[in-house]
Ligand binder design. Structure first.
Ligand SMILES: [Zn+2]
Length: 245
């Protein structure tokens, strides 16, 4: 699944089309089946934002196009009419450039689902207070699981979850109710800082995600699936104590 920061990069590239009236077409039959191209064709694009794991295209007339990329979906911005092979799901064509969506797989006109997302971790002023409040609604949940719940905090993928918890010195296995407000805030601040740095291109090397040893103390990094989706959490048993063993 693309991490939140790669979606934000895509949203930045797509800004060149904002303000333009776009021609839309769906060369791929599955893209055509969504009916999106007919609906947005000829409308002016007002904004493109990454919200959680979705790209939202706001068009005049109140239409909002939601594009969730899952693992394989990719948006590219090319000169108008650039040659290509294969059939993209959707092409949004402006006067000089066009945005091309490859491999869908989720494309729909909506305003419904996005309202249920929590505050975006990469917003220009992330609402940390509300994120902490949201997390605390389920005190029995393990923090490594809760941070991936997009209804509580939108945009933290598994990699940044792992790294933020390590920087904050908090084990992914501790329960939300055991953590102080300062600890929860600290984790979120690390997530924001790391993801912003990555977005700006100065990506720090990963500290422990898929690494064998802790760069701080030299202990062996542990890894185990966590939560309903069994996403792999990595943690240092020395720097992030209170881990179950
Ligand atoms: Zn360590």
């Amino acid at each position: 699944m693309p991490e939140g920061d790669s979606l934000h990069r895509a949203a930045r590239r797509l800004q060149v089309l904002v303000g333009e009236r776009l021609e839309a077409e769906s060369p791929h039959p599955q893209g055509q089946a969504t009916g999106v191209a007919e609906q947005v064709d000829g409308r002016r694009l007002l904004a493109v934002d990454a919200v959680g794991k979705n790209l939202l295209f706001r068009f005049e007339g109140g239409l909002v196009l939601r594009s969730h990329l899952r693992v394989r979906g990719r948006w590219r911005v090319l000169p108008r009419g650039a040659p290509r092979s294969g059939r993209p799901w959707l092409v949004l064509r402006g006067a000089e450039r066009e945005a091309v969506l490859w491999n869908g797989p989720v494309l729909e006109l909506t305003t419904r689902r996005v309202r249920r997302l929590g505050p975006d971790v990469l917003a220009s002023e992330p609402d940390l207070d509300r994120m902490v409040e949201n997390l605390r609604r389920e005190p029995a949940r393990e923090i490594g699981d809760a941070l991936l719940d997009q209804r509580q905090v939108a945009g933290i993928g598994n990699l940044w979850k792992v790294e933020a918890l390590w920087h904050a010195g908090v084990s992914p296995w501790r329960r939300v109710g055991e953590l102080s407000g300062a600890e929860l805030r600290g984790i979120l601040e690390h997530a924001v800082g790391l993801m912003r740095a990555s977005l700006d291109g100065d990506r720090e090397p990963r500290a422990i995600y898929r690494r064998p040893v802790c760069p701080r103390c030299g202990a062996r990094i542990r890894a185990r699936g966590q939560g309903d989706d069994n996403r792999t959490s990595y943690w240092c048993p020395m720097c992030q104590p209170d881990a179950v063993s």
